[in-house]
Design a protein around this ligand. Structure first.
Ligand SMILES: [Zn+2]
Length: 71
């Protein structure tokens, strides 16, 4: 049996949700779907609710180091 298709997406907090210094780019593993679930958990363990997160086309700004190394 083949596994479910998964891909990485880049998310960060929307402006105004947190201070600018916390708006780093995090990575999430996304199952094949067309929208974000109600909440996402980043690779570094941060939980973001729908409405708090924005999906980015690429890593921009400061990347989250813990997401990049896969903690
Ligand atoms: Zn992260």
């Amino acid at each position: 049996m083949l596994g479910t298709a998964r891909t990485l997406a880049t998310v960060r907090y929307r402006p105004g949700v947190v201070g600018e210094t916390r708006r780093v780019s995090h990575l999430i593993v996304v199952e094949e779907q067309h929208h974000l679930p109600h909440a996402v958990v980043t690779r570094c363990g941060l939980r973001m609710r729908q409405g708090e997160a924005e999906v980015l086309d690429t890593v921009c700004g400061m990347p989250c180091e813990r997401c990049l190394i896969g903690c």
